[in-house]
Design a protein around this ligand. Sequence first.
Ligand code: SAH
Ligand code: SF4
Ligand code: F3S
Length: 438
Amino acid sequence: MYYKINTYGCQMNVHESERLAKTLEELGYTESKDDNFDIVVFNTCCIRDTAEQKILGHIGKLKKIKRANPKLIVAVVGCMSGQKGKSEELLKKYPFIDIILGANNLEELKNAILTLQNRHKKTILTPDDEKPEVLENIEYTRTSMPNAWVNIMYGCNNFCTYCIVPYVRGRERSRKPEAIINECKTLIESGYKEITLLGQNVNSYGNDFENNEIDFATLLEKIAQIPGDYRVRFMTSHPKDLNEKVIDIIANYDTLCKNIHLPIQSGSNKILKAMNRHYTRENYLEIVKKIREKMTLCGITTDIMVGFPGETEEDFEDTLDIVSQVQFSGAFTYIYSPRKGTPASTMEQIPYEIKSKRIQKLIKAQNEITKKLSRTYEGNVYRVLVEDTKENGNLCGRTDCGRLVTFCGDKSLIGTFKNVLITASQSASLFGTITEEK
Ligand code: SAH
Ligand code: SF4
Ligand code: F3S
């Protein structure tokens, strides 16, 4: 019996698919490497309409396959299916779906499959319980050696006015610090070299504990002190919560990557307010200044959105201006997409042509910065974790500050740290050769 998992969306989903894989393997399924499978699971995303449309298209394609093979189990789980009213909509359009689960009840997958097999009954579960229990000791089938993801918290309390995440993932729930630290220790002992801590807003880790027993900075420090040859990243940080204590700890430990993902969303104070982000462009620039004072080489990456309701040409110019001031080492840029049930979706919307022009201008501006910054790497040596092979047989890996480097070498080097001399760059790509130099 074979399984296929189609994963959409963020790293959180990629990691949760490792959990779904484990569940399926426990039930006796093996991963399918081709088009032959007995169960297919869609782990979905709904952050933007484009994401949803793509997934719906892929589910639609199963209609024929299911007709030819009625025994095929089709499960749709994760953020998209957890939206209010979505399961009814999905079943109406795709009556062949057997199982629907929200992002907060993935643990039900096993029972849902057994119920279907033994009692021919569908499971449609997208509870509105906003504070589900935090489960520890979840098992994963990890396939990303030498990288591993570790979830430190679930949900989000921020309710940015454009965002669907708090509605589909519920309120913030932190995992117990001992459980997180033990998981990291076990991963390091079993050879993982890079751990990425995950949460929608990692800086508010521990805020939901009754006696304030621990905050993110302290957790990070405890993880950084685990003995071994490894490094740690984390995402995502929120500018309203990233404090000096966290910056100091990152600066103090070699095990913590000098790389911070700090979504700015907009450079206009008016828009930031309408987004309910709780910081100003001045606050943001202040944090960047602090980061750079303590860590000259820290890579700062960001998320930026254009076309939020009410965004004027002047507001957009403010965004371009802050992009030019900060000089991000990378930026994910998005066109605002109205999400049903969020406050911004009922505000007056901006025509698509304007959004489209703005994003092109923004991408161009950032590309020039990335290209210019890439050149500053040439001639220098960086410690790179060898992570994977490229199509042409080359190796690739990341610097501590998060830049991807391509270089020649044998596959056996994957999972080791190597010093790499950067010899050339092309837009966001760096090329180099392994060297003994430091
Ligand atoms: N918790 C993280 C990630 C949220 S989703 C954070 O707070 O940054 C990742 C990115 O998607 C966001 O940073 C935002 O830039 C973008 N995004 C979220 N909702 C969106 C929407 N409705 N339309 C377009 N982009 C959106
Ligand atoms: Fe969405 Fe804002 Fe929460 Fe990020 S912090 S997940 S953008 S509501
Ligand atoms: Fe991630 Fe998409 Fe959900 S970005 S949190 S999978 S809506």
